[in-house]
Design a protein around this ligand. Sequence first.
Ligand code: PLP
Length: 402
Amino acid sequence: HHFSPAVEALENEGAYAMMARAADIAKSPGPPVVHLEIGQPSYPTPPHITAAAIAALSAGATKYSPPAGIPALRAAIAAHVSSTRGVDVHPEQVVVGPGAKPGLLLALLALVRAPGDVVIIPDPGFPSYAAAVSLAGGVPIRVPVGPAGYDIPALRRAARGEAGRCVAIIVNSPGNPTGCVLGRAACESVAAVAIEADAFVLSDEIYSGLVYEGQPGEAPYTSMLSLPGMAARTVLVDGFSKTFAMTGWRLGYAVCPPYLADRMSLLLVHAVGCTATFVQHAGVAALVGLANGEDAALQGMRADYRRRRDAVVTGLNAIEGVSAAVPGGAFYVWADVSAFSEWGYTAAELASMLLEEGRVAVLPGTDFGPGGEGYLRLSYVGEDDEVLEGVARIKTVLDRLR
Ligand code: PLP
């Protein structure tokens, strides 16, 4: 069968494909496969949040809600974003959706005005960016991003529109797959390019709740929304999946200028109707709880992640030919294995060997764009023992290769 070109071009996200391969390998004789490919928290959702959903269900919150969200949740999100980003956000700027992913897609559907409009995406970056831009009819242009942020001359060239009018730049800090948290200067450079190009910034801040340390001498975390002149041209996307361990609930939001929020709300009407109403009540409990100091579960998670991050980085750096910087946020380590290219191994080949010979699943950096060649992404959401066993198996396999 034939589909639309944008749908024909869709590929599965690397993590899903790797999970399927890992499940296959697990059927062959040998020790259990260690999973370092998965990007979802292993924690249960904090019980006060689950309890709020159950109470809402029992109280009959089982009907459609307004498309952009129940007023209590839009207000709670506005208050949360105001306090965490240090800007004034109003409920009419908030659009609730079933996850952060729909926020990205719907914003792009609204912002890409003509076929060929360019949206700049980070390389390496989250695989759904290129897919969402293409689905919206735009052309994704990859620009290299490193620990110090976008390659600004390359960003400026792409934004100047030689390949087409640039309508948006996607920024993701803390970032998947690198875990990097961008410093203020890096964010300001992107803002300057966006203003010059009269483009929007789509700021994917889904990992904003998982920042361990930022740049020395700075606030731990800079949001694009908080920079001068940026509120008028930023779509901040965030959600509950990572911060509150709620991946399966499907709850996220976008914060943008009200005129764009109205359009996204219309898109929601026709695409999903609304986000599950009782789930939205759980979201209110999560944010109101957090504002009232109910953060023990989150603090515990963050402390665990940070401890595992340090252990993984130390373990990886002890392997000859591997080096990894300490990432400031999210729950990924981006390991430089480019030394193995000397022996002819690509990142994809290394990931395959690690799975087949070491029974440890990691993602090749190239799942996140060509800029990921020479890297592996390890996620440290598993238990301490499992994560360390994974690093030990990586060492065993890689030590044999040199
Ligand atoms: N953005 C990034 C960078 C992610 O890594 C993920 C999840 O892996 C998402 C967005 C999706 O978040 P949600 O579950 O809210 O749709």
